[in-house]
Design a protein around this ligand. Structure first.
Ligand code: HEM
Ligand SMILES: *[C@@H]1O[C@H](CO)[C@@H](O)[C@H](O)[C@H]1NC(C)=O
Length: 586
């Protein structure tokens, strides 16, 4: 009998001494408190929604744990939590969320999100950005005050309320200007050329044969990811990064997978490997930077007319290091800031390139159509067969290729976009948002709004959770085609006096506020033009150079790795075995 009796469980909480018998009432009390908290917060929320007046605060999402708020739920399954928050109180009512002592509001509905992006003047992201730079990328805490002292804003003219006088210390403005000019116009075209040059040369040098298949155990992890990452980094930073640091590629992806821990501010002693991965990347970038400075004098500035040179790579990178030199920042911090840029430039684009290829390779019929489309725009250079020639503007205007691109970003991006009101009377659609409190938008949930997206017809359904390569194509003879519900397409057409289309056309009409993988407003991703070219061009080059067959089990569909949810485009999950051989083409 004694064996069956549960041993008394003792635990000490301060002076409190509990036995098993004492624990039950405590659990009971806890459950009562949780139930009561949930009940009260549910009623409060419902009242707020019912009595909404102009200037009401958004209702709070019901929760069960006092003090912690939604934190337990959020940490347990962020995707499920955001889906619940999105569904609660209908598709366009914002909801407030409490994560321990942090409050934020989830904004939803295309109209509200569009208004948020249009209100850029009354919003800032700088403080949040500094927090990310410090927590995630490792900007030194001692340098944070330098960033925070810059309250001049991103515009050409410093904010009149600011007292900061030194124009060389306007870090947010200088960064903003450099990324916008460096990722457009002739600078962008040169980066595109460097991308094609590097992709061609890497592909020429891989030891994949043309007369027999090569089996690879992970098409994404060991081929696509590496090749796409290298080409992307070379177009941004030049080739010496990889020559100085042969493990740069592998180390970067280790860092990328540590990022969720770093973002969650898990302390160093609990996640030593994550911090070590970041330290290593900072050290690598410092090494490359001092090598580049030894060989290239950034002070020559605009005198060097080249858009790209081997030591700093793009003009964007060179300009950054020119203004960084005039700022009192440590070398560690400059390396960390560059780590942030390298991450922004590759951590979304590279997995997105992976999806472009994998979605097409999983659908033989689509693959054939894509190959037919590409064939006209990719060829070998007759004078140098190691080089491919790509007609980038025309390739990237093909409706099907653009639609696949937009659909990949719709389906696979899971980013949370942040804005913070800078004044106390910020309103969207009658709701009041408090100064200093974050407003967030979930790109994943916006991309699945059933009141917006075209989901096909009863005979030919295309649910929001499925990949539909033609979702973003409008066909002249099919009113059911195009990315959004027919009702919205019509409203849109009336507003813009849309001319009738005479051929299949790529269209984002009606998706403003719902297709937001790049955010929006003045802070919208400045790399989006490059990203689009990279995604389409890299897919085209791979499919021109290789025959690829996936060796997946029948009806096994490649899934996103949810570990990366909230951190941009998610990587494909698991190893993807395939066989591959060189194709002959002219
Ligand atoms: C598919 C690829 C990409 C996606 C999905 C993506 C997504 C985003 C998002 C969501 C933001 C925040 C926007 C906002 O707050 O409204 C952002 C910012 C940024 N992105 Fe991208 N991005 C991509 C590619 C790139 C590339 C290729 C570069 C550079 C070469 C780049 C550079 C940046 C920079 C510098 C910012 C910060 C802008 C600022 O704070 O003003 N991105 N990106
Ligand atoms: C392409 O990138 C690799 C680094 O991954 C580099 O070794 C190679 O020199 C580059 N080639 C060209 C032509 O830029």
């Amino acid at each position: 009998m004694a064996i069956l009796d549960p041993p008394p469980i003792r635990c000490r909480i301060g002076d409190l001494r509990l036995t098993y018998d004492g624990l039950l009432p405590l659990i009971g009390t806890f459950l009562c408190v949780a139930a009561l908290t949930y009940l009260i917060s549910t009623i409060q929320g419902a009242i707020t929604v019912r009595n909404k007046r102009h200037g009401s605060r958004p209702p709070k999402l019901p929760y069960a744990t006092p003090l912690l708020g939604h934190l337990p739920e959020f940490l347990k399954d962020t995707m499920k939590f955001l889906a619940r928050a999105t569904a609660k109180y209908g598709p366009s009512t914002p909801v407030r969320i409490q994560l321990l002592n942090r409050y934020m509001t989830l904004l939803k509905g295309a109209e509200a999100v569009t208004s948020l992006f249009k209100s850029s003047r009354d919003l800032s992201s700088e403080h949040w950005l500094v927090q990310v730079l410090v927590n995630a990328f490792g900007v030194e805490v001692t340098d944070a005050p330098f960033y925070l002292a810059d309250d001049t804003g991103i515009a050409n003219h410093p904010d009149p309320r600011s007292n900061m006088k030194n124009p060389e210390h306007r870090i947010f403005h200088l960064v903003f200007k450099s990324v916008h000019s460096g990722l457009s116009g002739v600078s962008l075209e040169e980066m595109e050329r460097q991308l094609v040059r590097n992709l061609s040369s890497q592909i020429h040098h891989t030891d994949i044969k043309s007369d027999s298949w090569t089996q690879i155990s992970d098409l994404y992890g060991s081929l696509i990811r590496t090749v796409a990452f290298k080409a992307s980094v070379v177009s941004l930073c030049g080739p010496h990064v990889f020559e100085r640091i042969p493990t740069f590629d592998a180390d970067f992806w280790t860092f990328d997978s540590a990022l969720p821990n770093l973002f969650k501010e898990i302390p160093r002693w609990l996640a030593p490997a994550s911090y070590a991965a970041r330290d290593k990347m900072k050290k690598h970038l410092q090494e490359w930077q001092s090598f580049a400075h030894e060989h290239y004098d950034v002070c020559q500035g605009q005198q060097d007319q080249r858009e790209w040179e081997e030591f700093f790579g793009s003009r964007l990178m060179r300009t950054r290091h020119e203004f960084f030199q005039k700022m009192p920042l440590s070398k560690e911090t400059i390396a960390a800031d560059d780590l942030g840029l390298v991450w922004a430039a590759t951590a979304n684009t590279v997995p997105a390139i992976g999806w472009m290829l994998l979605e097409v390779l999983q659908r033989p019929e689509l693959l054939q159509r894509v190959r037919d489309d590409i064939a006209h725009y990719v060829s070998l250079d007759p004078s140098d067969p190691t080089q491919m020639v790509v007609d980038i503007p025309n390739l990237c205007s093909r409706p099907l290729l653009q639609s696949i691109y937009a659909e990949v970003l719709r389906l696979r991006s899971g980013t949370v976009i942040n804005r913070v009101p800078t004044s106390n009377d910020f309103h969207i659609r009658g709701w009041h948002f408090k100064k200093g409190e974050q407003i967030i938008v979930s790109t994943y949930d916006a991309a699945r709004d059933q009141f917006v997206w075209n989901q096909g017809t009863i005979d030919d359904p295309h649910p929001v959770n499925e990949f539909w390569p033609e979702r973003f194509i409008r066909y002249p003879d099919n009113p059911n085609s195009g990315p959004v519900l027919q009702k919205i397409t019509q409203e849109q057409a009336e507003k813009t006096q849309d001319p009738m289309i005479s051929e299949p056309t790529f269209s984002l009409d009606g998706t403003a506020g719902s297709w937001v993988p790049y955010g929006g407003g003045t802070r919208m991703c400045p790399g989006r033009h490059f990203a689009k070219k990279e995604m389409i061009v890299t897919m085209a080059i791979f499919l021109s150079a290789f025959d690829i067959e996936l060796l997946l089990d029948k009806d096994c569909e490649i899934q996103p790795d949810l570990k990366y949810f909230m951190f941009g485009v998610m990587h494909p999950e698991g190893k993807i075995p395939a066989r591959i051989r060189r194709r002959s083409f002219q």
